[in-house]
Design a protein around this ligand. Structure first.
Ligand SMILES: N[C@@H]1[C@@H](O)[C@H](O)[C@@H](COP(=O)(O)O)O[C@@H]1O
Length: 262
């Protein structure tokens, strides 16, 4: 089932994620986090870093798997997801870089790197909590519309829309945005035990409405969340603005039994 939480701010959304992640790490210091890039998870990582510090949480055994990576020869590029995950999550939260995995976008044998990535996730016992953003076309990770809903980690070709959306990270220059990526498949993502999808702003409203209330279809990869046993969609009012059941979602959130945490 998908739980929809409509929050007042990105900070509130970030706090909800961080509370769930900290609860998990307290219960299991060897927890495995699924990590996402993009601007959406910023507040979540900031809140997690703060809570880890305040609660003196030991995160030295926490493991992390990134969702995706560009296919690019220089993974030290500041916009490679290796660099982004390191800068925005590993360093501020204080994770051990040796426990953090990002698909090898510079691999000579890409199919092999993809199957080894899925195996590494399985060998780590699977992902406990996977944070997700969403593309304006409904993609999760880099699973563009048309991605099989049971897909494993594999190479994908980015759509023009995604490259245009991400050009802001490459000096606004579309030519610098890689055309291919390695991404956890929708099937890989669906194996995580808890999915937390965050979305903010009007530009995400159509994708959120299609994902939460539309048909389950490969043309909107995030709609697969409807089939997940524990998916939480946390949106601000703008991202919720095209949902038809807003009052109901708010009522459900306000009347949640105390034992039911995120
Ligand atoms: N691969 C990432 C996705 O994981 C992310 O969800 C999406 C949205 O990014 P933003 O959060 O910046 O809107 O961008 C990229 O395509």
């Amino acid at each position: 089932m998908t739980e929809v939480l409509i929050v007042k701010s990105q900070e509130e959304a970030g706090n909800l994620y961080a509370e769930a992640a900290c609860r998990l790490i307290k219960a299991n210091p060897y927890a495995t986090l699924g990590l996402a890039t993009g601007s959406t998870p910023h507040t979540a990582y900031q809140a997690l870093a703060q809570k880890v510090r305040e609660n003196h949480l030991d995160v030295s055994h926490v493991c992390g798997f990134a969702l995706d990576e560009y296919v690019m020869s220089d993974l030290s590029h500041p916009q490679s997801y290796h660099s982004v995950i390191d800068r925005e999550v590993v360093v501020p939260v204080g994770l051990d870089p040796n426990n953090i995995h990002v698909p090898n976008g510079a691999a000579d044998d890409v199919p092999r790197a993809c199957s080894e990535y899925d195996k590494a996730i399985a060998d780590a016992g699977g992902i406990d909590i996977q944070i997700l953003g969403i593309g304006t076309d409904g993609h999760i990770g880099f699973n563009e519309p048309g991605s099989s809903l049971t897909s494993p980690t594999r190479m994908k070709t980015l759509t023009e829309q995604t490259r245009v959306d991400n050009a802001r990270f490459f000096d606004g220059d579309l030519n610098q945005v890689p055309s291919h990526c390695i991404t956890q498949g929708v099937g890989t993502i669906m194996k995580a035990r808890h999915l937390v999808l965050l979305a903010f702003g009007k530009s995400k409203a159509a994708a959120i409405a299609a994902s939460v209330e539309g048909a389950v279809t490969s043309m909107c990869p995030a709609s697969a969340l409807q089939l997940h046993p524990h998916a939480t969609v946390i949106v601000d009012e703008d991202a919720a603005s095209q949902l038809s059941q807003v009052e109901y979602y708010k009522w459900v959130a306000q009347n949640k039994p105390q034992w039911q945490v995120l």
